[in-house]
Design a protein around this ligand. Structure first.
Ligand code: MG
Length: 348
């Protein structure tokens, strides 16, 4: 790991070349997006910085999102790159309140990749798409010379329809809203890291990678007026909370002891010097709901197997945009800051 990049600083350093930390979901990634992409490519939909762009299409609203998958290793406990490439994109559609419908897939293949492995990944994508009720309708393949890519990269684009009455967006978050998380955090990062670093835990940690659309549907079926949703992927729960606080222009107060963390994940984090609040998930989301509906929302999530471990972890407060305060397990108070980079690169 680079040691010249401070893990936490208010204004990230400007780099003349792309750093691994630019992909980490933290301050450097925000800076990259703002300065290199948003400035020269102004677009109201892009400037919204939501998980999907939502644009009108005739009388309806289309949600569109794209994501690339570079996880290493490609197979890990509880999932693989193919499953991630479907779930990750479908989840970003779900986070904007959309019904996921269609997917495209682009494959960058390195000369020499075992055909059998590629078949396994494709079979996994077929299974995941079936599970999510989306259809893979178009794709592309490119092959690059040996040594010019790391086996296999996948890009998926997802399209979905946003029901007329729905508005799920950081702008809708209000002081007083309750913050819920759909389950224990940090499994995905630890599952990938355990294989990558050859670490054997007493209890093997399985990735939490899963489709979140059914859980979102459960919230709307319970008539919850969901203000905002965000899947906690790169940079973990802490980064998702920081993004919403910044983009929604609010402060958050979070209770550390209320955040569910599996015992094996907590143990692994302690061993590796990682904070589970910053470790990636691939099947967990945060939901911002009006306080009077928080119990109903929590019950709706808990009734679904994917949300069985859902918990109320904090609330939205008046205060400066982007401030996330954490009440620690020991009863102290500290800022839950956006890191500069990522604790673990190539996690998704
Ligand atoms: Mg997302």
């Amino acid at each position: 790991m680079r040691t010249d990049i401070p893990l936490s600083c208010p204004v990230p350093l400007r780099h003349t070349t792309v750093q691994l930390a630019h992909g980490g979901g933290g301050r450097l990634m925000r800076q990259l997006i703002e300065e290199v992409f948003l400035e020269p490519l102004p677009s109201p939909a892009l400037a919204e910085r939501h998980d999907s762009a939502v644009v009108p299409l005739g009388a309806e609203r289309l949600a569109l999102t794209t994501d690339s998958y570079v996880v290493t290793p490609r197979f890990f406990p509880g999932g693989d790159i193919g499953r991630l490439a479907v779930y990750g994109t479908v989840n970003d559609l779900a986070m904007s309140g959309a019904h996921p419908l269609y997917l495209s897939a682009g494959f960058i293949l390195e000369e020499g990749l075992a055909m059998e492995e590629l078949r396994r990944v494709v079979a996994s994508m077929r299974e995941a798409a079936r599970e999510c009720g989306v259809r893979l309708i178009t794709g592309d393949t490119k092959v690059v010379d040996r040594g010019k890519a790391d086996g296999l990269f996948i890009n998926t684009t997802g399209a979905g329809r946003v029901p007329e009455e729905r508005s799920v967006h950081p702008r809708r978050v209000r002081p007083g809203d309750v913050v819920l998380v759909s389950g224990d955090v940090g499994r995905h990062g630890i599952a990938v890291l355990s294989v990558r670093e050859g670490i054997a835990f007493e209890t093997p940690v399985q990735s939490d990678c899963a489709p979140l659309a059914p859980l979102v549907a459960a919230l709307f079926e319970a008539a919850v007026d969901v203000h905002c949703l965000r899947d906690a992927t790169r940079g973990g729960l802490a980064s998702a909370l920081n993004e919403i606080a910044l983009d929604g222009g609010v402060s958050l107060a979070v209770d550390e002891s209320a955040v569910p963390v599996d015992e094996a994940v907590a143990g692994a984090c302690e061993l590796l010097g990682l904070d589970p609040l910053y470790v990636a998930c691939e099947g967990r989301m945060v939901a911002f709901v009006p306080a009077p509906q928080a119990d109903a929302a929590l019950e709706a999530m808990r009734r679904h197997p994917l949300g069985a471990g859902a918990a109320r972890i904090g609330r939205v407060t008046e205060g400066p945009a982007g401030k996330v305060s954490l009440r620690t397990r020991l009863g102290g108070q500290r800022l839950l800051d956006l890191l500069s980079g990522e604790q673990l690169p190539r996690i998704c």
